[in-house]
Design a protein around this ligand. Structure first.
Ligand code: ADP
Ligand code: MG
Length: 243
């Protein structure tokens, strides 16, 4: 868990503080350790286990994020650096988005506008100030998944789960007293199981479910290949964000 944090978590926090968006996807077969990697072991988000050495990527990222925010605030005290973080948690099952912080909201729509970019309409966002706030939110939200947060139940492998934190910072420019504003996002994603979802013999709901998972994972794979190719070759090409 510590290696994973050093490899992807620590750079993600620095990216975020520099104003860039970052996403981590856990991709793999059911049972390969996606949920364990992202959130940690069962009950690992409880206060008494939050400092355990098996804790997952998410608690490590937020521990670091809040520590770095404090550091930055002290370092740039004269600029009145001020951070606000707000989080949301959603589940995508059969192409439908459920708000895990308010599970009565079951079929949320994806919208896009010039100001906010792509966003999920009416998704609950809650302010967080420390690791304890984040873990409380995750315990509550993951408990609203189609299965318990960490159960190895087959159902949890049929939905994608997305935890997003929007980090906003404001500061004053010492020279002219003007305020500047930066915003960035962290997306931590526990994907549906990547095993071949059997279409043979499946009917009704199961068939639809299998088709949706296969399609979404293969589109995501294509997209990431294209982004990787662009970053390696520098050649511009169409990016199929919408599949
Ligand atoms: N690195 C690890 N160390 C110890 N146990 C692990 C590790 N990764 C996964 N496990 C255990 O293996 C099982 C499957 O992991 P899980 O994260 O639920 O898989 P997935 O979410 O990919 O289906 C769980 O019981 C989990 O606790
Ligand atoms: Mg899982």
């Amino acid at each position: 868990q510590e290696q994973m944090f050093q490899l992807v978590g620590a750079p993600l926090v620095e990216n975020c503080l520099s104003g860039f968006n970052s996403s981590v996807f856990a991709y793999g077969q059911t049972g390969s350790g996606k949920t364990y990697t992202m959130w940690g072991p069962a009950n690992g988000l409880l206060k008494e286990h939050l400092s355990g050495d098996q804790r997952g990527l998410t608690p490590r990222v937020f521990e670091r994020l809040f520590a770095r925010i404090k550091e930055e605030q002290v370092k740039h005290a004269e600029r009145q650096l001020n951070y606000q973080c707000r989080c949301s948690l959603l589940e995508i099952y059969n192409e439908q988005i459920t708000d895990l912080l308010d599970p009565s909201q079951k079929n949320l729509m994806i919208r896009e506008d010039v100001k906010s970019g792509v966003y999920v309409e009416n998704l609950t966002e809650e302010y967080v100030n420390n690791l304890g706030d984040v873990s409380q939110l995750l315990i509550k939200g993951l408990g609203n998944r189609r299965t318990g947060a960490t159960s190895v139940n087959a159902e949890s492998s049929r939905s994608h789960c997305v935890f997003t934190c929007v980090v906003e910072s404001r500061c004053k420019n010492v020279a002219d007293g003007l305020s500047s504003f930066k915003t960035s996002r962290i997306n931590l994603v526990d994907l549906a199981g990547s095993e071949r979802q059997k279409l043979t013999g499946a009917a009704g709901e199961r068939l639809k479910e299998a088709g949706n998972i296969n399609r979404s994972l293969s589109q995501l794979g294509n997209l990431i290949n294209i982004l990787a190719e662009i970053s390696q070759t520098g050649k511009p090409r169409h990016i199929p964000y919408r599949g």
